[in-house]
Ligand binder design. Structure first.
Ligand code: UFG
Length: 361
């Protein structure tokens, strides 16, 4: 086993990707990032998130605007760089959209992954960290959720793409001993880099709790709708395992260390704090640390939502030597810093418009 040098990060301009890139650079890796800007902001020079990641770390990033469905383009990137390991974030991830456009999700997420694996194999690169989700567990049969909990009983197409990919990776690993893969099942990533320079700025309509709550706190949205107050939980609202995005990023660096030191074939780890937090609890922590008031409106449960989900992250602790460090307070403080420093997110690409006056431009 040799120490990895160059890491290819797919979806590197996105929310989790850009935070992970910061940690990779700080850990001394060379980063080649690719993104098709499906859900990340693009400007004249490429990705503002990655430019700011360079600013934070003082290190350069090689970036390509590229799409995993464009095989020759991805092949060229692998020809140019000696990639030691791939961290694969690139995927469509909106649950609602996935129900309306299943083919788009299957094509993008499954075909994108197939193309990537084939190109990796043809370039003799067999090391990968895959970005999976706790959504693969479906409605929990027991809590906290261990990695041995059954998977596959999922109610949305997005979640099924993650599950199908995990199954594909099992088959691949069984067929060819060369592969060395870690699948990381994220719980609910929130927060931002403590500098406030990078954070979550989705280009698509978003529905996740923390970004929505921050918009309400900023006055950009009038009220936060709490979906369901009749759940079988202490305060009646849904419970999730919120994890600081920088803890999540560090989990990837820990995964790289394990892959570079041992041939583990295929392993799966939960990345969560092990602590469940209700919607109401998160709102009250956010209000306290940001000194804002979030008006609430209670509505019926959101279709497909589960009652409660939190991780047992013991396996990641024992095998990756990884545990979370950041509190719920820090998740809220850091997200709020990003939001207040960048109320409109990253500077957006200005489309050149032609002004026509009296028929002359
Ligand atoms: N919620 C509200 N109001 C909102 C938004 C969310 O009350 O405006 C509640 C939800 O009902 C849920 C909790 O806040 O109880 C968290 O909701 P999010 O949308 O932030 O996160 P989810 O747990 O629904 O979804 C996340 C990821 C998905 C992934 C899923 C797996 O965003 O990509 O976890 O469980 F599929």
């Amino acid at each position: 086993m040799t120490q990895f040098k160059t890491i290819l990060v797919t979806g590197g301009a996105g929310y989790i990707g850009s935070h992970c890139v910061v940690d990779l650079l700080e850990a001394g890796y060379d980063v080649v990032a690719i993104d098709n800007f499906a859900n990340a902001v693009e400007d004249e020079e490429g990705s503002p998130a990655l430019q700011r990641a360079e600013e934070i770390t003082g290190k350069p990033i090689t970036f390509y605007k590229a799409d995993l469905l464009d095989k020759p383009q991805i092949n060229d990137i692998f020809d140019k760089h000696n990639v030691d390991c791939v961290i694969h974030f690139a995927a469509l991830k909106a649950v609602g959209e996935s129900m309306q456009q299943p083919l788009l999700y299957y094509q993008n997420n499954l075909l994108g992954m197939l193309n990537l694996l084939e190109i990796m194999r043809s370039h003799n690169c067999y090391q990968m960290v895959f970005s999976s989700s706790c959504t693969v567990y479906g409605e929990p049969e027991h809590l906290p959720i261990t990695e041995t909990h059954p998977t596959g009983s999922i109610t949305n197409v997005y979640g099924r793409t993650k599950y199908f990919i995990e199954e594909m990776l099992k088959d691949l690993s069984a067929a060819d001993d060369k592969w060395n893969i870690i699948s990381l099942r994220y719980f609910n990533p929130v927060g931002a880099h403590p500098s406030g320079l990078i954070g979550e700025d989705p280009t698509k309509e978003f529905t996740n709790l923390m970004p929505f709550m921050a918009q309400v706190a900023l006055g950009k949205k009038p009220v936060l709708t709490v979906f369901g107050s009749d759940y079988n939980t202490p305060d009646g609202t849904g419970i999730r395992d919120y994890i600081h995005v920088m803890d999540l990023a560090r989990g990837h660096v820990a995964a790289l260390s394990l892959l570079s030191s041992s041939h583990i074939k295929l392993r799966v780890y939960n990345l969560g704090t092990g602590r469940g937090v209700s919607v109401k609890e998160l709102v009250s922590v956010f209000e306290r640390v940001t000194k804002t008031k979030i008006p609430l409106k209670y509505e019926a449960r959101r279709l497909g939502d589960i009652t409660a989900m939190w991780a047992d992250a013991t396996l990641a602790k024992n095998e990756l030597g990884w545990t979370t460090r950041h509190s719920v307070e820090e998740m809220c403080t850091d997200f709020w810093r990003w939001q207040t420093m960048n109320p409109n997110g990253y500077p957006k690409k200005i489309k050149k418009s032609v002004i026509v006056i009296n028929g002359k431009s």
